[in-house]
Design a protein. Structure first.
Length: 203
């Protein structure tokens, strides 16, 4: 196995970056980029901290983020598992990366920037959903935004129903928890109770 250890060796294999790969980088959202972000109900949020890196799925009803200006995004922190890995990282290292996906589109939008975690009462109130407030809002200042080549999603056929995997063919959350905890947590009871618990704690 040959490991690439220098940028020079890497560039010798891949060559120079073409104009289409670099001219698309912008310091904020233009009208075209904004259209993709506004249409996205889901993104992956990557953060980094002293313990390492984290990548967290983020989704919301309608838009996953609110665009307040071409360089500012706001993302409510909805109910989850309370690990708050992303938030722990952001309060110690503001660097973030987001990848937005739009159901049915093979183009993804990427944003790199810096974030802070805010708890302003009026800001939390503005994200009220079904009577529930988020406990915090992640505010992202964009450093660079650009769209990603569609080949990856095209190869994976992400939106092709014929390629969808039957969830019943995969281990359930209860089974995975039981395996990870030697049976102390999870199991059939967890799976049985999960739908009602999720419905009651969505927001």
């Amino acid at each position: 196995m040959a490991a690439i250890t220098t940028i020079e060796d890497l560039e010798a294999i891949y060559g120079a970056t073409n104009d289409a790969s670099t001219v698309k980088e912008l310091p904020g959202l233009n009208a075209e980029y904004r259209a993709y972000v506004e249409a996205s109900p889901f993104c992956a949020l990557a953060t980094v901290g002293p313990e390492g890196m984290d990548c967290s799925p983020r989704g919301d009803a309608g838009q996953v983020v609110r665009i307040t200006d071409p360089r500012t995004l706001m993302m409510p922190d909805r109910r989850g598992n309370n690990r708050v890995d992303s938030l722990r990282n952001i309060v110690r290292d503001p660097r973030v990366a987001l990848m937005f996906m739009v159901p049915g589109s093979n183009t993804v939008m990427r944003v790199n920037g810096r974030a802070e975690v805010r708890t302003d009462a009026d800001l939390l109130e503005s994200f009220r959903m079904e009577g529930k407030l988020p406990r915090s809002v992640i505010v992202v200042t964009i450093d660079v935004a650009y769209f990603q080549c569609a080949r990856a999603l095209m190869r994976a056929e992400v939106w092709n129903p014929e390629r969808f995997v039957d969830p019943r063919s995969l281990p359930s959350a209860g089974q995975m928890l039981a395996a990870a905890s030697a049976g102390e947590v999870g199991g059939e009871a967890y799976d049985r109770e999960w739908p009602a618990r999720a419905a009651a704690s969505m927001w």
